[in-house]
Write a protein that binds this ligand. Structure first.
Ligand code: ADP
Length: 400
């Protein structure tokens, strides 16, 4: 069975065609600058390498047309006919309270994704466009929606209700939803397997640390708390996002700098986080390099990020009765998989709980490994995430 995984961003589109027999990637690619001058498709296959197409693409429908023709191209394609695509798995960002798991797409599902546009105005509309285009281009293939929010729908109300007037939740569904659910779920399943436990018995704290970052407490294989909120702005400081700040800062900034709410929104989403603190870059590698050369603000940005990770992990320990009930703390995504210094510094900040990293084991990139020392109260693991494979597995299950 071949599954096409589609991830539509506001001006980009990522895709992977996966042969589920051996989970091998037949083709993958990235379309950038959709609807903007300079659209480009970067299409790759394991045998034929990268093929770049530069062509104006006015919307996601046009982008998907090019993706499909690339997949069947005689020269650089991966399959001989689109009929070889059995199902399509779509990453959908916000499922609101409507979806606690992945679902085959029908009219009702489309209505619900549409209803949740208010909660993710930048993300759900391109997701809908991607689904509509695939329905037209691949009428025989089953379409499945996999939601970023679904894994977190098991959170209890004590962890998702904000201290606002309760009516705001009732009227507008203002609550914590959480994101990166597909990634937290994937590493939960992998961690259970590595630790030799059933998924529904595993207790973890999973740290997805990338450009966007979130931390999740997992009890019995289910999400019970997570650091992102109504939107992906809450929680840890990120590449360009503030994470948690005093909400009063927003009005204060508007008054002091004479800014509109949209301008402040731009600052807290695009100009803050480790970019804002360091003034160097939103990319952690650039910041690490600057810090090594003695840039104090770059050092401060890393320190603030690592402290914030440690504090979220520490706060999630309170979800369990005993420290020995926790089977592992997992590091994943760009930084979690690759940045040994970040992992080591976070572990050091958690040493009060008897958490200890093994420096030799921690000297690893992009591999599944236990990186704590034998006498650590909680095992530490690094597990590369694979959201596309998770989406493909759910799609295969639901398409059968
Ligand atoms: P996204 O949220 O865009 O999917 P990723 O999970 O790919 O992000 O993470 C990207 C981040 O990971 C970047 O800030 C990058 O600098 C960081 N990163 C990747 N490799 C390393 C590394 N070896 N050391 C430090 N940071 C790294």
């Amino acid at each position: 069975m071949n599954i096409l995984v589609i991830n539509c961003g506001s001006s980009s589109l990522k895709y992977q065609l996966i042969n589920m027999k051996d989970e091998s990637i037949l083709a993958k690619g990235l379309v950038e600058r959709i609807g903007i001058e300079g659209s480009v498709v970067k299409h790759k296959t394991p045998q034929k390498g990268e093929h770049i197409i530069k062509e104006p693409l006015k919307d996601h429908k046009a982008a998907l047309k090019i993706v499909m023709s690339s997949l069947v191209d005689k020269e650089y394609g991966a399959i001989s006919s689109l009929d070889e695509i059995d199902a399509v798995g779509h990453r959908v960002v916000h499922g609101g309270e409507d979806f606690a798991q992945s679902v085959p797409i029908d009219e009702k599902v489309m209505e619900a994704i549409d209803r949740n546009i208010d909660l993710a105005p930048l993300h759900n509309p391109p997701n809908i466009m991607g689904i509509e285009a695939c329905k037209n281009l691949l009428p025989k293939a089953k379409q499945v929606a996999v939601f970023d929010t679904a894994f977190h729908q098991t959170m209890p109300s004590v962890n998702y209700i904000y201290a606002l007037p309760y009516e705001e939740y009732e009227k507008h569904k203002i609550r914590r939803y959480g994101f990166h659910g597909t990634s937290h779920k994937y590493v939960t399943e992998r961690a259970a397997s590595i630790l030799g436990k059933n998924v529904d018995e595993v207790n973890l704290i999973t740290c997805h640390l990338g450009n966007g970052s979130s931390i999740t407490a997992v009890k019995g294989g289910k999400s019970i708390d997570t650091s992102m909120g109504l939107t992906p702005l809450e929680g840890l400081p990120m590449g360009t996002r503030t994470g948690n700040i005093d909400p009063a800062i927003i009005k204060f900034l508007m008054d002091k700098e004479n800014l509109s709410i949209d301008e402040v929104n731009e600052i807290i989403n695009k100009k803050s986080g480790v970019l804002g603190i360091s003034g160097v870059s939103s990319d952690f590698r650039d910041i690490e390099n600057a810090a090594e050369k003695g840039n104090e603000r770059a050092k401060l940005a890393l320190d603030i990020f690592e402290s914030s990770v440690a504090k979220f992990v520490a706060s999630y320990l309170t979800e369990f009765d005993n420290i020995s009930d926790i089977d592992g703390i997992v590091f994943t995504a760009g930084l979690g998989e690759n940045a040994k210094t970040t992992r080591a510094n976070v572990a050091k900040k958690l040493s009060v709980f008897g958490i200890k990293i093994d420096e030799n084991a921690n000297d690893v990139r992009g591999k599944e490994r236990i990186i704590s020392s034998e006498d650590s109260t909680i095992p530490l693991l690094t597990i590369p995430t694979n959201e596309e494979l998770m989406i493909a597995k759910d799609t295969m299950r639901l398409a059968k």
